[in-house]
Design a protein around this ligand. Structure first.
Ligand code: AHN
Ligand code: ZN
Length: 340
């Protein structure tokens, strides 16, 4: 090999190296900036769908913002201030925001003013999905071992579901889904009697029960509903809840399969969970088939995460990975729905 050809081959290898370095730099920065994933369907007859990327940092900040008010126990100033905050945030993402106000009595005889906070996306659409969570927190930490009569912060039990739905609302404002979506933050879910028995029957979910008897839109109907409850806990798993399986088996199957296909099989387990009386039970009763994505922990006595109804339910148990798994899965389900 003469000098010129050696120089040429040396130059070629340097250029090749530079090319690959630039390529890899580009692809990683492209990935960082990636705002949506495009799903190319297997069959040509299906449309290409673009699903926004759920931002778990934003969702985490929404959990913290709620916790910074303190426990959101109905009747307190923190509860009122948080309601104003949630309405303000939702108004950034849609002009259709309303607050349903009502009065309820708790099982222990306390009269409360409730606020169900409702946001609509594509309000004119007849083809609708209902996404919901409770925004109030429990007045006690009665499942814990200390300061049981004091309210817990409800980072997971309250703030997490709302936070994931706020981030989903933000994504809707950036790229509208094809279907109509309603997001409802229900009030007074968690002022219920623990331990079962006749008195505890229907003692939870007072905001949802109020709404099902006083629909914000007369004759309101959605194709299906998804409840997010305790969707931010570290090591939390999601199992097949009994009422969801009975009343909305194909929604449950669709959501769990979507989660697994997106790579979240360590969160969405095809295992039976228990029967949980949660907000979705009452929504099912008005013929909107609804499921509950609810954090569980097979190792704990209750089946709920260990921090449930204790003072451990604070920012320390919140995991961005869990928020992401649920948020990305629900976004994917919504954007996969076609038609008006
Ligand atoms: C009962 O304990 C009867 N239902 C659980 C609903 C709930 C409470 N979800 C969060 N906190
Ligand atoms: Zn609770």
């Amino acid at each position: 090999m003469n000098f010129t050809s050696r120089l040429a081959s040396r130059l070629l290898s340097i250029l090749t190296l530079v090319f690959f370095l630039v390529l890899s730099a580009c692809s990683s920065s492209e990935k960082d900036k990636q705002q949506s994933e495009t799903i190319i369907p297997a069959s040509e007859s299906l449309p290409v769908i673009t699903v926004p990327v759920f931002n778990e940092d934003t969702a985490y900040a929404f959990v913290k913002a709620q916790c910074d008010f303190g426990p959101r126990v109905p009747g307190t100033t923190a509860h009122k201030n948080c309601a104003d905050y949630l309405v303000d945030i939702l108004k950034r993402y849609t002009p259709s925001v309303m607050v349903q106000e009502g009065k309820v009595s708790t099982y222990d005889g306390v009269n409360l003013d409730l606020k169900n906070i409702i946001a609509a996306f594509n309000p004119e659409s007849k083809n609708r999905i209902l996404l919901f969570a409770h925004w109030d927190t429990r007045p006690w930490a009665d499942h814990g071992s200390e300061r049981k009569s004091e309210p817990n912060l409800g980072a997971d039990d309250g703030a997490s579901g709302v936070a994931v739905l706020l981030e989903i609302a933000r994504q809707f404002s950036l790229q509208s889904p094809s279907v109509g979506v309603d997001i409802i933050f229900f009030d007074v879910e968690d002022w219920g009697k623990s331990g079962g028995g006749a008195e505890s029957e229907d003692s939870y979910c007072l905001g949802t029960q109020y709404w099902t008897k006083n629909l914000h839109v007369p004759g309101y109907l959605a194709n299906y509903g998804i409840l997010l409850d305790m969707v931010g806990g570290r090591n939390s798993k999601f199992r097949l809840e009994g009422n969801s399986k009975q009343f909305a088996p194909h929604i449950l199957d669709k959501v769990w399969k979507t989660g697994v296909n997106l790579g979240y099989s360590s969160y969405f387990l095809f295992q039976d969970g228990g029967w949980i009386t949660d907000d979705h039970v009452y929504v099912n009763r008005i013929n909107i088939p609804s499921i509950d994505i609810i954090g569980s922990d097979a190792g704990s006595v209750t089946g709920f995460p260990a921090h449930w109804h204790t003072h451990e339910d604070n920012m320390d148990v919140i995991d961005k990975g869990t928020l992401k798994a649920v948020g990305q899965t629900v976004l994917h389900v919504v954007y996969s729905e076609q038609g008006i």
